[in-house]
Ligand binder design. Structure first.
Ligand SMILES: [Zn+2]
Length: 293
């Protein structure tokens, strides 16, 4: 057994996939192969768990195989189908209105200097509290899960192939909530089936819906969201931030090479951005899976 995925060059049985669930609230689903879940139960990376708890001030960690998984019961076991177990991550809300006046506009809801609604409270007149904790718990849980997945490449005999793999890092400072990974051979071939510049409106809508849920804003900035591919599986996924995006790590992919492609990220400054880009990736994975069996 190899110690890591090499989806650039080989197809391996699917041990996990990520799915997007529209709805209110929106959610991500992780579908995990039962053999992988069993293998992770035996692994019990207690040193990593304790380090993450200390680093991010997180609570209890529930191991895989129970009704809940992750730090602070982040993922709920919601279904079992065939050889897979499904866990659901409800997208949390970041902003909460407190019952006291906004300290920036003194409760007027206006920014007199720019003659517009107060950008701190969005004109609600109330103080807004930002709660990063559930986002940190999700990021740290995904970090643990995707780290463990690297050790079990090719386990089991699932009928489906792994579409893509990703690794999540839960950071502490600007630029440290990264996502990297590999788009598998079939996923890249699916991407390259779209000619020229092709925009994925379904994945963009998933990110926008996630954004509105997280930040609670009725206004959204459509020019910051984009998901498109160019010829040769050149996939770009962007969300609001300082050029925050996922992009291919290198050039040189061609349809006749029968290869996957590595991807990396730029300026992932918050776990909320990480979650938004993952919803786009999940929506794309859903779309690809509808045509790749
Ligand atoms: Zn205000």
């Amino acid at each position: 057994m190899s110690l890591s995925f090499d989806l650039e060059r080989e197809r391996v049985p699917c041990i996990y996939e990520i799915l997007y669930q529209a709805g209110n609230p929106p959610a991500l689903k992780l579908r995990l192969q039962k053999n992988f879940v069993q293998a992770c139960k035996d692994l019990s990376p207690i040193i990593l768990i304790e380090a993450s708890q200390k680093k991010h001030n997180l609570g209890e960690f529930s191991p895989l195989g129970n009704d809940w998984f992750g730090f602070n019961n982040t993922m709920a076991k919601t279904n079992e189908t065939g050889e897979f177990i499904e866990y659901t991550v409800i997208i949390p809300v970041l902003r909460k209105e407190l019952q006291k006046p906004c300290s920036h506009c003194k409760g007027t809801g206006r920014d007199d200097y720019f003659d517009r609604a107060c950008s701190w409270c969005d004109g609600t007149t109330h103080e807004i509290e930002h709660n990063w904790k559930p986002f940190t718990a999700i990021s740290a849980t995904l970090e643990m899960l995707t780290n463990m997945a690297e050790f079990f490449k090719g386990i089991g005999s699932a009928e489906k192939f792994q579409l893509l793999s990703f690794q999540v890092r839960c950071g502490k400072k600007m630029g440290s909530w990264s996502i990297g990974g590999t788009y598998g051979i079939d996923f890249c071939n699916w991407l390259s089936g779209f000619s020229g510049h092709h925009q994925f409106s379904r994945a963009i809508e998933a990110m926008q819906k996630t954004y509105r849920h997280i930040f609670g804003k009725t206004e959204h900035f459509s020019w910051y969201f984009d998901v498109y591919t160019e010829d040769n599986a050149w996939l770009i996924i962007s969300c609001p931030g300082d050029a925050c995006s996922l992009y291919p790590s290198d050039y040189g992919w061609a349809p006749n090479k029968n290869m996957g492609r590595k991807f990396s990220c730029h300026n992932m400054d918050a776990p909320m951005q990480q979650l938004m880009l993952l919803t786009a990736l999940a929506a794309l994975s859903d779309m690809a899976r509808e045509t790749i069996k």
